[in-house]
Design a protein around this ligand. Structure first.
Ligand code: NAD
Ligand code: UDP
Ligand code: UDP
Length: 343
C-alpha cells in the first residue's frame, strides 16, 4: 500500500452541506484522480481558482506534469504520482475520479491495465470515499451505450455493447465502474455522482492521441491530410472542455446521483468535422480516407434534457468557436516540438 498522509485535524462529515450564516466555510479539500490529464487539468484549474485545496493523483500514463505545472508552487496544491490500482489513504471532502485513459489508442494499448484501472481503481476510490465519508464522482462515458440502437441516447437506454470486443476493456470497464458506484451508494451509503461524458475536445489534449478532433487539428496544422476513417459518415457530438468542467462541478455540487449525459447535442459526421476544421483552421487542409477500426459506433448524440432540467446545465461553446481555441494551444506545442523541446 502506498500511503500519502496529510495531517488534518477536523474532519467535516458534511462535504457540501450548507454552512450557517456567520460561520466561515472551511476550505474544500478535493482529490482529482487523473488530474494531470486533459479533462482533469482543466477541472483542477477551476477548483484551484475557487479556493479549494486540491490533490492530484496521477500515474502519468497519458497525463503530463506540464498540464498542472502552473500550480506546483501553490501551497493549496499537491501532486502525487500514484496508480489508483493500488490503495491510498487520504483525508478529503470530495473525490473526482477521472483516472483512466480515454482515447481508444491509449486504452487499447494495454487493455488488461485499462480494465484494472476501471474496476480495481474505482473500487479503491470508492473504498476511500466510504472510509472518509467523502462525496464521489465518477467520469463514465457515452461508450456505455456501445453502438447504440436508440438515437439520441437517453440515460435510461441500457446500451448495445460487445462484451468481448477490442473496446470492451473500456466500455465494459466503465459499466462495471458505474455498477460499483451504485452498489457503494445503495449498500454503503456513499454519496455518489455519475457523469456519462460524450466526446470532448480542447487545449491540452495529447497531440497524437488518435482521437478524431486532435488528429484533424494536428494534421491541419502540420499540413498533413486529415485522416477520415471508413466513409466518414459516422457521427459524433463534440463538447468543448470548459462546458464539461462546468457540468462536472454542477453535478458534484447538486443533489442528484445521475447518471447524467454531459455532451454537446450538436451532431457531426466526420466529413462535416473535417469541413469545420477547414473553415476555422486552414482553408487549404486536405483529407484522405483510411480503413476504419473494429467496433466503431456508427452514431452518437446525447439527449441532455435530464442535465438541463436537474442540473440547470447545457453547453455554451459550439465547435466553430472551440476549435480555434484548441488550435492555438496545439500550434504552440507543435512549434515547441519542432524546435526540439520535449512535450
Ligand atoms: P486523459 O487520458 O487525458 O486523462 C486520464 C488521466 O488519468 C491521465 O492523466 C492519466 O495519466 C491518468 N491515469 C490513467 N490511468 C491511471 C491509473 N491507473 N492511475 C492513476 N492515474 C491514471 O483522458 P481525459 O480525456 O482527460 O479523460 C478523463 C476521464 O474522462 C476519463 O475517465 C475518461 O474515461 C472520461 N471521458 C473522457 C472523454 C473525452 O472525450 N475526453 C469522453 C468520455 C469519458
Ligand atoms: N481503500 C483505499 N483507501 C481507503 C480505504 C479503502 O484505497 O482509505 C481500498 C481498499 O484497499 C479496498 C477498497 O478500497 O481494496 C475497497 O474498500 P472497502 O473498505 O470498501 O472494502 P474491503 O477493504 O472491505 O474489501
Ligand atoms: N476517426 C477518424 N479519423 C481519425 C480518428 C478517428 O475518422 O483520425 C473517427 C473514428 O473512426 C470514430 C470517430 O472518428 O468514428 C471518433 O473517434 P475517436 O477516437 O475520437 O472517439 P470515439 O468516439 O470513437 O471514442
Amino acid at each position: 500500500i502506498s500511503i500519502s498522509h496529510r495531517e488534518r485535524t477536523a474532519f467535516n462529515p458534511r462535504p457540501t452541506g450548507r454552512v450557517p450564516v456567520g460561520i466561515t466555510r472551511r476550505r474544500m479539500r478535493t482529490v482529482v484522480t487523473g488530474g494531470a490529464g486533459f479533462v482533469g487539468s482543466h477541472l483542477v484549474d477551476v477548483l484551484m481558482a475557487r479556493g479549494d485545496e486540491v490533490i492530484v493523483i496521477d500515474n502519468f500514463f497519458t497525463g503530463r506534469k506540464d498540464n498542472v505545472a502552473h500550480h506546483l508552487d501553490n501551497p493549496r496544491f499537491e501532486l502525487i504520482r500514484h496508480d489508483v490500482v493500488q490503495p491510498i489513504l487520504l483525508e478529503v471532502d470530495q473525490i473526482y475520479h477521472l483516472a483512466c485513459p480515454a482515447s481508444p489508442v491509449h486504452y487499447k494499448y494495454n487493455p488488461i491495465k485499462t480494465i484494472k484501472t476501471n474496476v480495481i481503481g474505482t473500487l479503491n476510490m470508492l473504498g476511500l470515499a466510504k472510509r472518509i465519508n467523502a462525496r464521489f464522482l465518477i467520469t463514465s462515458t457515452s461508450e456505455v451505450y456501445g453502438d447504440p440502437l436508440e438515437h439520441p441516447q437517453k440515460e435510461s437506454y441500457w446500451g448495445h455493447v460487445n462484451p468481448i470486443g477490442v473496446r470492451s476493456c473500456y466500455d465494459e470497464g466503465k459499466r462495471t465502474a458505474e455498477t460499483l458506484t451504485m452498489d457503494y451508494s445503495r449498500n454503503e451509503g456513499v454519496e455518489v455522482r455519475i457523469a456519462r461524458i460524450f466526446n470532448t475536445y480542447g487545449p491540452r489534449m495529447c497531440l497524437d492521441d488518435g482521437r478524431v478532433v486532435s488528429n484533424f487539428v494536428s494534421q491541419a496544422l502540420r499540413k498533413q491530410p486529415m485522416t477520415i476513417y471508413g466513409d466518414g459518415k459516422q457521427t459524433r457530438s463534440f463538447q468543448y472542455v470548459s462546458d464539461l468542467v462546468d457540468g462536472l462541478i454542477a453535478l458534484m455540487e447538486g443533489e442528484h446521483i445521475g447518471p447524467f449525459n454531459l455532451g454537446n447535442p450538436r451532431e457531426f459526421t466526420m466529413l462535416e468535422l473535417a469541413q469545420v476544421v477547414k473553415e476555422t483552421i486552414d482553408p487549404n487542409a486536405t483529407t484522405e480516407f483510411r480503413r476504419n477500426t473494429a467496433d466503431d459506433p456508427q452514431k452518437r448524440k446525447p439527449d441532455i434534457s435530464k442535465a438541463k432540467q436537474l442540473l440547470n446545465w447545457e453547453p455554451k461553446i459550439q465547435l466553430q468557436d472551440g476549435l480555434p481555441r484548441m488550435a492555438l494551444d496545439f500550434k504552440n506545442r507543435i512549434l515547441k516540438e519542432e524546435q526540439g523541446d520535449i512535450d
